[in-house]
Design a protein around this ligand. Structure first.
Ligand SMILES: [Zn+2]
Length: 58
């Protein structure tokens, strides 16, 4: 397990609390890497995420 703070791939925000982020943030796997999306961006891009579009599209 890593205790590194997740960084939102969409807005660049850093999770203030890694433990909380694992609950409220969305974690995806892209090209074998962890890709995090903060709770705010998750809501904003919900449709894109559900469409499983690549984050590069944003
Ligand atoms: Zn974000």
């Amino acid at each position: 397990m890593s205790d590194e703070s997740p960084v939102c791939a969409t807005c660049g925000a850093t999770a203030p609390d890694p433990a909380l982020a694992t609950i409220t943030w969305t974690r995806g796997i892209e090209n074998g890497r962890d890709v995090w999306t903060c709770d705010r961006c998750s809501r904003e891009h919900l449709r894109s995420i559900e469409g499983k579009l690549d984050s590069a599209w944003w």
